[in-house]
Design a protein around this ligand. Structure first.
Ligand SMILES: Cc1cc2nc3c(=O)[nH]c(=O)nc-3n(C[C@H](O)[C@H](O)[C@H](O)COP(=O)(O)OP(=O)(O)OC[C@H]3O[C@@H](n4cnc5c(N)ncnc54)[C@H](O)[C@@H]3O)c2cc1C
Length: 336
């Protein structure tokens, strides 16, 4: 089924990047459709966020609901579906989904990154209830508690070094003989004496009731099972981008991330990207939101040019009625 309506912009993904982009595009009066597999993305499994400006503490869900409401106030439409392909036809893009296809003058790709999972029983059940995929985000929530860390290499050592300052006890699970080769960061991770190394060990089962209570791990050589009493299991074994359907059309880096420039433009004119799906190395909510706004303003300028309008935004305040610019020898001022 092809819908005849051509939107100004279609945004793929309703995480914080996509919803922020939608807030901006719909506020700029662009007809905006968000197509997403779910509402909220990774923030749905972030029980408490303490580093989003404006909130001392807020759950990922509450933050997302606020931005959704804000975007809908300006006319954003959201549908739940999975995007499977994008094609360019003249000046339009055809966005294909599992159940149909949609047309737009511009596209913002904001479909995030998915943490690689352990694939063991109990993992899905306890996501956000003790199973976390983000040490930097959630370590402060485990102050004085016992946790397990599944991670290795330089990244694993950094995570262990961070966790040791919050948790009373850290069980560090890794499949090789040594968790990381860099002696300095390893020494830092072990400096407090509360990190216990479990080499040649792999995850088996996450157990609990309302929250995680135990983590069963297995020695790779002996097959021996060990049941650790823990309040949390941190899994930091990388993130995966599911961008295969874009390969050959959108430039991706070796990690499969979408390559963007400072204005969140991809190699395809009219297609922009924002948030964790991009090659921005810092994967954080505020950064995804910031990029969402940049991608939105870039999409707005692109569509205005396409429509032959001179109305290009350089700064949002230029569109607020009643604001006048005044020049003086001290520079340019706004008169409200
Ligand atoms: C447990 C956890 C805790 C965290 N805590 C913090 C924190 O405290 N502070 C902080 O700053 N950051 C935190 N982060 C990181 C933060 O959540 C991410 O950086 C941010 O959510 C990225 O937003 P995004 O919109 O780019 O992507 P995502 O949140 O991944 O959203 C992507 C959206 O796209 C949808 N989607 C994916 N593929 C498709 C497709 N093919 N078609 C349609 N829709 C699709 C998904 O369903 C989802 O809705 C945490 C992450 C996790 C996992």
């Amino acid at each position: 089924m092809v819908l005849a309506m051509v939107r100004d912009v279609i945004i793929v993904g309703a995480g914080i990047a996509g919803l922020t982009a939608a807030l901006y595009t719909s506020r700029q009066k662009m007809s905006t459709l968000v197509i997403s597999a779910d509402l909220g993305g990774q923030l749905l499994i972030a029980p408490e966020i303490q580093n989003y400006p404006g909130f001392l503490s807020i759950s990922g869900f509450d933050l997302i609901k606020k931005i959704e409401e804000q975007a809908k106030t300006y006319g954003t439409e959201i549908i739940f579906d999975q995007v499977t392909g994008i094609e360019k036809r003249d000046n339009h893009f055809i966005i294909k989904t599992i159940s149909g296809s949609y047309e737009a003058l511009s596209v913002i790709l904001a479909f995030g990154k998915t943490p690689r999972e352990m694939g063991v029983p109990g993992e899905q059940e306890f996501k956000g209830r003790g199973v976390s995929y983000c040490v930097i985000c959630d370590a402060p929530l485990y102050r004085g508690k016992k946790v397990a860390l599944v991670s290795w290499g330089h990244h694993g050592a950094e995570n262990a070094a961070l966790l040791k300052d919050y948790a009373d006890k850290v069980y560090w699970i890794f499949p090789s003989d040594k968790p990381a080769i860099e002696e300095d960061i390893l020494a830092e991770a072990l400096s407090k004496g509360n990190v216990e190394l479990l080499p040649r060990t792999v995850p088996r089962i996450v157990k609990g009731d309302k929250k995680v209570t135990n983590f069963v791990v297995k020695n790779k050589d002996t097959g021996e099972l060990k049941e650790l009493e823990v309040d949390g299991v941190f899994v930091e074994i990388g993130y995966i981008t599911k961008t295969e359907f874009l390969r050959g059309f959108i430039n991706l880096n070796d990690e499969g991330e979408i390559i963007i420039d400072d204005l969140c433009r991809t190699n395809q004119e009219g297609i922009f990207a924002a948030g964790d799906v991009t090659n921005m190395p810092y994967k954080q909510a505020i950064i995804a939101a910031g990029q969402g706004s940049i991608a939105a303003l870039s999409a707005y300028n692109y569509v205005m040019r396409l429509k032959g309008k001179k109305h290009i935004v350089k700064a949002d305040w230029k569109h607020i009625k009643g604001i006048k610019k005044e020049k003086s020898d001290k520079g340019l001022f706004l008169k409200i």
